[in-house]
Design a protein around this ligand. Structure first.
Ligand code: F6P
Length: 584
């Protein structure tokens, strides 16, 4: 690590010589166009990587061989290799929370050793996985049944943020995969995340409580939204099945097993994980594996873990020029910090990956949206990227206009060689999946090449339309092609994205593993909660003395005007589905 001469000040990423060199290099790249860069065969060969069965084409990034050399210099000067090693060896790299960052241990093979604070944690990981296998087998084969003796075929997973988005992504990815489909026949998995009672209504609508198993997922077991949803669903179960229902119909995943027990869940039915697994990196722990194994069986989830483990090994061992997460992470650094492209679009040409973008939004933006470096020094540059995305071709009919002719947004196209489902109609020129993939191939070149005035003229486009129909091109993208969309490749893809995000944080020299930015809103919501309770139970307005500014006071009072007084002493539990039914 390079330190500057002044006593306490530590060198920032932007002060590294390679950072400066990259800044100066921007003018050289600005003088190029992807139209020309794509005709340099040697450059293209060097920018196509095929590893672990994944095909990654980086030729449409706005980079020259020199850009890559400078990015490797930046990686060296930022100590990237040492930082990756520190993560894998259990050092407390999450310094503000004094924790190791070891989600990779949650998918370690049984024969691996990963030491945290002097202890090999792999046996602990497998103890929980074995417990999950045992429990989920029993639920799935009808040995573990509900209070009335019915098999538990419906699962509602309650959790938010990392305790929701990762499992939802994987569930969505597997629903139509033939093996997973077969394994989940007659079973249902739903998620309840938002504290909005509408989400409760939707999650519970049509479910028979006698057949329903609820999994409460919360690392801390204190998250306000999750705990209120858990209490709500607990009341729903008790009201319909009696007080004993909790023992048979509610299980939990948490690092806080004490609070799980206090909630009333049998510790036998609690599945732990550890503070060295960040919430947004927890899908491979019991957070994802328990609900997903209930739905798909443990064997399929083990394939998913094996895929993630494969990408972990790749990330740890491959040289940078062949290391997919390192290359993709470095190119994002180039796009964000040097080319000035602050957003990226995640565009899977595979409906099963439709929840990748929402998951990566949390992993990336909660990890890398930081204002200070790891030493607490305010950063003179912006970190993180704004992530968004939709599956192709839906995105094409939505926001691609902006991407082609408005702002420059680096795009990440993800395509699949063998679709989970195939349709080929007699008389059609291509199969339905080929049709989808035709768009995958076309969009990347459309962005790169664009369309010139000359081309438009040669097509006899009237003069007045030419400016409207010009595409400047030179818009960067990358294309990732997976052989198929299975539990294994979904695991690889997940880990690929997790690690590229870590690479970016390591280069920017920020702490990608804390999330202090989510705290302030929670504190203020708690203050509103106290006043809200007092206003609704005593039928009073919020007053200037309650501690809110004029604007907030007025807005809360405007809200309260439309509400009735809450009568807790004589009240009874009201569930949104009751309301739905009465409306019916
Ligand atoms: O959004 C903040 C956060 O702490 C996330 O990092 C986390 O995934 C989420 O809340 C849920 O937390 P928990 O699993 O503790 O309920």
């Amino acid at each position: 690590m390079i330190h500057s001469s002044t006593s306490n000040k530590k060198t920032m990423a932007s002060e590294l010589p390679a950072w400066q060199a990259l800044k100066e290099h921007v003018t050289e790249v600005d003088a190029t166009h992807l139209r020309d860069l794509l005709h340099d065969d040697q450059r293209c060969m060097d920018l196509i990587k095929e590893s672990e069965g994944i095909y990654v084409d980086l030729t449409r990034q706005r980079v020259t061989p020199k850009t890559l050399d400078l990015l490797y210099d930046l990686a060296d000067q930022a100590g990237l290799k040492n930082k990756i090693n520190a993560m894998f060896s259990g050092e407390h790299i999450n310094s503000t929370e004094d924790r190791a960052v070891l989600h990779v241990a949650t998918r370690a093979r049984r024969d691996q050793k990963i030491i945290v604070d002097g202890k090999d944690v792999v046996p602990d990981v497998w103890e929980v996985l074995d417990k999950i296998k045992n429990f989920t087998d029993k639920v799935r084969n009808g040995q573990f049944v509900g209070v009335t003796g019915k098999p538990l075929k419906k699962v509602v997973a309650i959790g938010i943020g990392g305790s929701f988005l990762g499992p939802l992504f994987v569930h969505t990815a597997l629903r139509t995969e033939p093996n997973a489909m077969r394994a989940s026949r007659d079973r249902t998995l739903r998620f309840l995340a938002n504290v909005d009672p509408i989400d409760v209504a939707r999650a519970l609508d049509g479910l028979d409580p006698e057949e329903t198993l609820v999994v409460v997922i919360s690392k801390t077991f204190t998250t306000a939204e999750t705990m209120l949803n858990a209490r709500t669903v607990r009341s729903w179960l008790i009201e319909r099945l009696g007080a004993n229902a909790v023992e048979k119909h509610m299980v939990a995943v948490s690092t806080n097993l004490k609070l799980v027990k206090e909630f009333g869940i049998d510790p036998e039915n609690a599945f732990g994980f550890w503070d060295w697994v960040g919430g947004r990196y927890s899908v491979c722990s019991a957070v994802g594996i328990l609900p997903l194994a209930l739905q798909y069986g443990f064997d399929i989830m083990q394939e998913f873990l094996a895929g993630a483990n494969n990408m972990d090994e790749h990330f740890k061992n491959q040289p940078f020029y062949n290391n997919l997460p390192v290359l993709i992470g470095l190119l994002s650094i180039w796009n964000v910090s040097f080319m000035g492209y602050g957003a990226k679009a995640i565009l899977p040409y595979c409906q099963a990956l439709s929840k990748l973008a929402p998951h990566i939004q949390q992993v990336d933006m909660e990890s890398n949206g930081k204002g200070v470096d790891i030493n607490g020094q305010r950063l003179p540059f912006e970190t993180g990227e704004i992530d968004f995305g939709e599956p192709g071709t839906n995105g094409q009919h939505s926001f691609y206009q902006l991407i082609h002719q408005g702002r420059v947004v680096p795009c990440e196209f993800i395509g699949i060689v063998r679709s989970q489902q195939s349709v080929y109609l007699k008389g059609e020129v291509v199969s339905n999946h080929d049709e989808l993939m035709c768009n995958f191939f076309a969009q990347a070149d459309a962005l790169a090449y664009g369309k010139t005035q000359e081309q438009l003229r040669s097509e006899n486009v009237p003069d007045y339309l030419i400016p409207h129909r010009v595409f400047t091109g030179n818009r960067p993208s990358m294309s990732i092609m997976l052989p198929s969309c299975t539990a294994y490749t979904v695991g690889q893809l997940l880990a690929l994205y997790e690690h590229r995000i870590a690479v970016q944080g390591f280069i920017w020299n920020i702490n990608s593993f804390d999330q202090w930015g989510v705290e302030l809103g929670k504190v203020l919501a708690s203050k509103v909660r106290t006043v809200m309770n007092s206003a609704r139970t005593r039928d009073r307005k919020v007053l200037p003395g309650d501690g809110f500014n004029y604007s907030t006071t007025r807005m809360i009072n405007r809200y309260l005007e439309g509400k009735t007084q809450l009568m807790y002493p004589k009240g009874h539990d009201v569930f949104p589905i009751d309301i739905l039914r009465s409306v019916d």
